[in-house]
Design a protein around this ligand. Structure first.
Ligand code: SF4
Length: 326
């Protein structure tokens, strides 16, 4: 470890002021502290925001759900309204990390978490995300867990969050507060693909603070769920995952929301799969036809070609599970 200072923010305004002076926000600390120990990140000043009043799950006027940024993963997963209206979110949260981590980690921190690319976390390796311009050791290295969608020549790291995949499927919006007030960013625009600047990961301006994540209202009834495929059954990141939500009325799929995890540099929305589902009647054949679109545009690496087929099978299975549930 190295010397740094930490200050506890007594109010949102004081947190923002400290953030504008270059302070780094910390709440649960389940990612940042690890990265500081490994000297991947070296902030001079931490701003502890864990005491701010951002810890409620509320139903919005239009019937959506709003998670305060400091709601913990376990609080969000256990919330009655989340479990009954968006099981895809509670399932994604419960399949993440360990119980101890879920008790500490927050919703805001979860979508901000950084990649598990081993080269990113090894300060002796070339990594454009950690040290812009140094290269990408993963391209020619061991890249079994890396992304096959949304990659660039500069970076092929995948986004590790499960909850963000569920939020992406449901087209959640991120509320951020900055010196100019509050603004709302669709999660698809908030999390950035690497392009030529992989060190830039979120559409946050200097000093801005995530205050909430909001799922807009979706038509009812909505069946949903999350499937995660991984090397072991607990405390492991996804090789592939699928978040599926279906609104079926009169025997026809009227709305389909589908996203994949473990495969993209950001949570990967699957609009071609959604289009193949809407207007159709659920059937065995439909799940296979729709899931065949899941890996469109994939660019696999040396060690992760298996993800192309695995992704299609994961999506097909989860479409079947959700589509045939009561
Ligand atoms: Fe760094 Fe991205 Fe390459 Fe991993 S994949 S080494 S995070 S540039």
């Amino acid at each position: 470890m190295y010397p740094f200072s930490i200050t506890k923010a007594p109010s949102t305004r004081q947190a923002l002021n400290a953030g504008l002076r270059g302070g780094r926000y910390i709440a649960g600390g389940t990612t940042l502290v690890d990265l500081m120990r490994e000297t991947v990140e070296r902030p001079d000043t931490l701003v502890d925001i864990s005491g701010l009043p951002l810890r409620d799950v509320t139903v919005t006027e239009r019937g959506g759900l709003r998670f305060g940024a400091l709601v913990t993963m376990s609080e969000a997963a256990a919330h009655r309204k989340v479990r009954t209206t968006y099981p895809v979110v509670s399932q994604a949260l419960e399949l993440s990390a360990s119980a101890q981590l879920r008790n500490m980690a927050t919703i805001g921190g979860n979508i901000m978490q950084r990649t598990r690319c081993t080269y990113f976390r090894d300060v002796t390796a070339d990594c454009n995300k950690r040290e812009p311009g140094s290269g990408c050791a993963a391209r020619e290295g061991f890249n079994r867990s890396h992304a096959i969608l949304g990659t660039s020549d500069a970076c092929v790291a995948n986004h590790p969050s499960d909850a963000a995949v569920a939020f992406a499927a449901l087209e959640a919006r991120v509320h951020v507060l900055g010196p100019d007030g509050e603004r709302t960013v669709p999660i698809a625009d908030f999390l950035l693909r690497p392009g030529s600047t992989p060190s830039s990961e979120q559409a946050l301006r200097k000093g801005e603070l995530i205050i909430a994540v909001e799922i807009p209202a979706h038509p009812r009834p909505l069946k949903s769920g999350y499937l995660k495929v991984r090397d072991r059954q607990s405390y492991e990141f996804a090789l592939t995952s699928a978040a599926v939500a279906l609104h079926v009325r009169g025997g026809v799929i009227r709305e389909a929301k589908v996203a994949a995890g473990g495969v993209g540099t950001v949570p990967w929305k699957l609009p071609a799969v959604e289009r193949a589902l809407v207007g159709e009647r659920p059937s065995e054949r439909l799940w296979a036809v729709a899931a065949a679109h899941a890996a469109e545009g994939a660019r696999p690496l040396t060690h992760n070609r298996f993800k192309v087929e695995l992704l299609k099978r994961t999506v097909e299975r989860q479409l079947r599970i959700v589509g045939e549930s009561r």
